[in-house]
Design a protein around this ligand. Structure first.
Ligand code: MG
Length: 382
């Protein structure tokens, strides 16, 4: 029986993970849960899965949750950054599913690594902000990091049974988002509603905007560099609108290993929780008779400069990936509040990266400082 910590249990990844737990109660037990603000949903999850400890964003949310749990199963309730770290490093926990959104995932990720947990990593920012530091710490503590992102899960699975030194290239596939065929001239007219309408994946708001700008792919380039210890040059992004091939690995003999499936995160989540065993999660195969074709095309970096930002951040290393990520988060938040236009997201990230003085081999406090600086810079530019 695997004891799970599910951090970000009310989000789309967290809820899917709980669906998997519900299907396989003989394999998984929920030891801890965390959520930020969705107290009603969290209260329901607590009654169903009976975790020993839960954490929420702040004291008010903790009090609200405690009131809502009156008379029922009563877990320990903690809150804030320390609370999330507690949930991640809880002695009962074997595997931590880190599915919190944004930079808030970094502290609990480090807490999980420091207590030697197995980590199913869905939070991109952990590796984007502090990839060098996090991977070094994971090596030192012998903590395994299993990717939950569908692309990295695909790469991970395509590497199984092959020698790492035979790897020549990683093909990171991208759906292309809702504006793949929109001409550049129409980009200034893109609205929030247009951007939230993703063609193949059903996800949270922030990541849906990141998919529309292709920044999601940019973050994934940086993640892949750290997870698989490759150079940015070894990663090629391919737009694959059908989202059936989740990514591929090319080997020295010209062979390509690809992992395919329906565009549903459940497959990658289940593999991160139980791999190399595969669980029956009621997932159908892609219907190859109805798929007219699988196509691949080069991304348009004039429309989507996010990819160039990410390659640049990978080359500069140090605090630059963190600054790119923080600038993106702040810009996307402003776009979600309709304070800026779609193309302003790119402009704000570019301006912030240009003015940043990059620090090499940063420690955690330099990373946090760079993160704050980038957010403030974006706000001042708006
Ligand atoms: Mg992905």
């Amino acid at each position: 029986m695997k004891q799970l910590a599910i951090l970000g249990s009310t989000g789309s990844i967290g809820s899917s993970a709980l669906d998997i737990v519900r299907m396989h109660p003989d394999r998984f037990q929920v030891a801890t849960l965390t959520a930020a603000r969705n107290i009603d949903l969290l209260a329901g999850q607590i009654q169903e899965f009976k975790p020993g400890l839960v954490s929420v964003l702040n004291k008010d949310h903790a009090l609200d949750l405690s009131r809502k749990l009156a008379g029922d199963h009563k877990p320990d309730i903690v809150f804030g950054s320390t609370g999330f770290a507690c949930a991640a490093s809880h002695p009962k926990v074997d595997t931590v599913l880190l599915a919190m959104v944004g930079a808030a995932g970094l502290h609990p990720a480090l807490a999980a690594i420091e207590s030697g947990k197995q980590i199913a990593l869905a939070n991109k920012e952990t590796l984007v902000m502090a990839g060098e530091l996090v991977m070094a710490k994971a090596k030192e503590m012998n903590a395994t990091i299993l990717p939950v992102d569908s692309e990295h899960s695909a790469i991970y699975q395509s590497l199984m049974g092959n020698r790492r030194k035979d790897l020549k290239k990683i093909y990171l596939t991208a759906s292309g988002g809702p504006f793949r065929t929109t001409p550049l001239a129409q980009f200034p007219k893109i609205t929030l509603e247009d951007a939230l309408n993703h063609p193949t994946w059903n996800m949270g708001k922030k990541i849906t905007i990141d998919s529309a700008t292709l920044m999601n792919k940019g973050l994934e380039i940086i993640e892949a560099v750290h997870l698989f210890d490759v150079t940015p040059k070894e990663i090629e992004v391919l737009v694959h609108p059908q989202s059936i091939v989740h990514s591929m690995v090319g080997y020295t003999d010209g062979s390509i290993m690809a992992q395919m499936g329906r565009p549903d995160m459940k497959g990658a989540i289940a593999y991160a929780l139980s791999g190399p065993s595969r669980l029956d999660i009621g997932m159908a195969f892609p219907d190859f008779n109805r798929l007219a074709n699988l196509t691949f095309e080069k991304p348009d970096c004039k429309k989507f400069p996010s990819l160039l930002f990410a390659y640049e951040a990978c080359i500069q290393k140090g605090t630059m990936p963190c600054v790119m990520n923080a600038a993106n988060e702040a810009a996307v938040a402003a776009f979600l509040e309709k304070k800026i236009g779609f193309t302003d997201i790119f402009k704000l990230i570019a301006q912030t990266m240009e003015t940043h003085r990059c620090i090499d081999n940063p420690d955690l406090s330099s990373i946090i400082d760079a993160d704050c600086w980038a957010r403030e810079t974006v706000l001042s530019l708006i």
